[in-house]
Design a protein around this ligand. Structure first.
Ligand code: FDM
Ligand code: MG
Length: 189
């Protein structure tokens, strides 16, 4: 099937990524960072990787990415800041290499909150996470209505084995469907 690599956003190792990490940890230096500013930094963190992503895809590498632009749109729009509507949030990511599919690992927010060290970072609050989930559902519906990027929702409360089997099936189909296709650009039709 060829080589595959996993990547993730935010990539906290870059210079911009360190600023994002500080923001998520609510450091003193970031207490005045506006919602617009951090939104654009998350996007810039993807743009600084865009060339690399395209090169890898063009060399036949399959990329599995833990969060991407849709997280940017869902989290920032969930803040309900006047002017930061879905369209505003999408604009700065327009033209990035598009994912070939989105796999949304879904579970009730209350259960997610029991996992790991939930609560340490800025967005790890139950009410906010519920709003974010609503935004993801709306984005998914919008993509389905417009036949854009195909989404798959997986019940993330199942065993790791079940989840990975389902993801494998989805990915096999998507890889077959896109293998000769050019890389699409995100949020352009
Ligand atoms: N997040 C992630 C955003 O708000 N915008 C983005 O563009 C991205 C990629 O950052 F709460 C949020 C989602 C999450 C936080 O992400 C850190 P990880 O996956 O937990 O590191
Ligand atoms: Mg996290």
């Amino acid at each position: 099937k060829g080589p595959a690599e996993s990547i993730r956003f935010p990539d906290r190792t870059s210079h911009i990524g360190k600023l994002i990490n500080d923001y998520l940890l609510s450091t003193k230096e970031t207490e005045n960072t506006s919602d617009q500013t951090i939104h654009l930094l998350f996007s810039a963190n993807r743009w600084e990787a865009a060339k690399d992503i395209e090169t890898k895809l063009n060399n036949g590498v399959t990329l599995v990415c833990d969060r991407y632009a849709y997280s940017g749109v869902a989290f920032s729009s969930a803040k309900n800041v006047p002017g930061m509507d879905l369209d505003w949030c999408r604009t700065c990511d327009r033209g990035l290499p598009s994912p070939d599919c989105i796999i949304y690992l879904d579970m009730p927010v209350e259960n997610a909150a029991q996992r790991g060290d939930f609560g340490n970072e800025r967005y790890e609050k139950i009410d906010f996470q519920k709003q974010v989930r609503e935004k993801f559902m709306a984005l998914k519906k919008g993509d389905e209505d417009a036949s854009l990027v195909p989404w798959h929702t997986i019940d993330a409360q199942q065993s790791i084995e079940n989840i990975s089997e389902q993801i494998n099936n989805i990915v096999d189909n998507v890889m077959e469907a896109v293998k000769e296709k050019p890389i699409r650009k995100l949020f352009t039709d």
